[in-house]
Design a binder for this molecule. Structure first.
Ligand code: GLN
Length: 227
């Protein structure tokens, strides 16, 4: 039987702005290239989410209106998402989805939206201004340059020893001040890049699929040992 990579598109019918769904096409493409079939499920309002049901979770960006709706519903999944992340589950979060992984997000109208508080960061808003334009960063861990397009009001501040995805070469990144862009924690990759991120940065797409395959193989090896 052909092996399967199970993809969860978190709130895919609400958070999917600026072509973010192209990230899914890239994941699906490289999964098939690696000999896997793919199964993609949208988990949205009132749906069930279990940490063991997926090999890759994709959480896209969106407008403040949709983000507010999602921020309320997603609190039900906090524990399951925490388990997923701590067990090295692969998660890609873009812009609005990225912001919701943190403590809070202040929307353009000044309302503070509760985040999942799964990773140590928060997002403030800018007064009547958005970061819009091409962006380039360097990922020191993977020694890669990534290219994208950013369009966000939020200014994100990573806390403690939380690592960025990359260092800003051109553009604004998380907050326009500290040269950080996105974050990288275990197998969680988060970024403000649209473009979409994985279409413009194929190496990263391949890397995420490989991480998911490694997780699947690790689980299979464990099962064999136990039996
Ligand atoms: N609404 C959020 C912001 O403006 C996220 C936007 C997005 O996902 N592109 O910061």
């Amino acid at each position: 039987m052909q092996k399967t990579i199970r993809i969860c598109h978190l709130y895919g019918n609400l958070l999917n702005t600026y072509g973010d769904n192209g990230n899914l096409l890239m994941i699906q493409y490289y999964a098939r290239q690696s000999g896997y079939q793919v199964e993609t499920t949208i988990v949205s309002l009132e749906d069930h989410f279990s940490a063991n049901d997926y090999d890759i979770v994709f959480f896209g960006g969106g407008q403040d209106y949709e983000q507010k709706i999602v921020s309320q519903d997603i609190q039900r999944h906090r524990e399951a998402l925490k388990t997923y992340i701590e067990n090295n589950g692969v998660l890609l979060a873009i812009c609005g989805g990225f912001q919701l992984l943190g403590q809070y997000y202040v929307a353009a109208d000044g309302q503070q939206i509760k985040g999942l508080n799964l990773l140590d960061f928060y997002t403030e808003s800018q007064d009547n201004h958005r970061f819009i334009g091409d962006i380039e960063i360097f990922d020191e861990i993977n020694q890669k340059t990534y290219y994208g397009f950013e369009n966000h009001n939020g200014m994100t501040y990573l806390q403690g020893d939380l690592q960025a995805l990359g260092k800003v070469i051109t553009g604004n990144g998380n907050n326009g001040q500290d040269k950080t862009e996105g974050l990288h924690y275990k197998n969680v990759y988060a970024s403000y890049f649209h473009g979409p991120l994985l279409v413009r940065n194929e190496d990263l797409a391949q890397h995420l699929v490989q991480l998911a395959i490694d997780q699947i193989n690790g689980r299979l090896a464990n099962k064999t040992e136990i039996q």
